[in-house]
Design a protein around this ligand. Structure first.
Ligand code: CUA
Length: 156
């Protein structure tokens, strides 16, 4: 009699533990399916570019040996930052977005030629194996200041 009651208690305890385990498992699975879409689609709110990392601090970061990440913001009519400088032989991983309309990102003398759309983050990498001053221009008509929209990368 006494043993039977103890068995019942242990059985209920076991069922309770199983239920807790299943709830935790379910919550974990549900949670992983609820990630914000920005992690998959590289979307950005164009009106909040100046407060959204890494675009709140445009510029160059060294990420490895001769490897750099360049974060740029295109706007009417210019690019932030105004100029970048890297050593010869550097690979630069560009991350660009627009804070207003569609712009271009064309590095003269290279095959880098992108469309930069508001709400999207564009990625492209380029190896700068020749020294010089590379001009970056906008090749999408974006308004009256379109032809003045430029920045430079100094490679030395
Ligand atoms: Cu920006 Cu044309």
């Amino acid at each position: 009699m006494h043993l039977h009651r103890l068995e019942k208690i242990w059985l209920s305890f076991g069922i309770a533990m199983l239920a807790v385990f299943l709830i935790v498992l379910g919550a974990t699975a549900f949670g992983s399916g609820m990630k914000p879409p920005s992690e998959h689609h590289h979307a950005i709110d164009p009106t909040k570019v100046s407060e959204t990392a890494p675009f709140d601090k445009p510029g160059l970061t060294q990420t490895g040996d001769k490897q750099y990440e360049a974060v740029l913001v295109a706007y009417a009519f210019g690019y932030e930052p105004q100029t970048l400088e890297v050593p010869v032989g550097s690979t630069v991983d560009f991350m660009i977005t627009s804070s207003d309309v569609v712009h271009g990102f064309n590095i003269i003398g290279t095959n880098v030629n992108l469309m930069v759309e508001p709400g999207e983050v564009s990625h492209i990498s380029h190896v700068f194996d020749k020294p010089g001053e590379y001009l970056i221009i906008c090749n999408e008509y974006c308004g009256t200041g379109h032809e003045y929209m430029k920045t430079t990368i100094v490679v030395k």
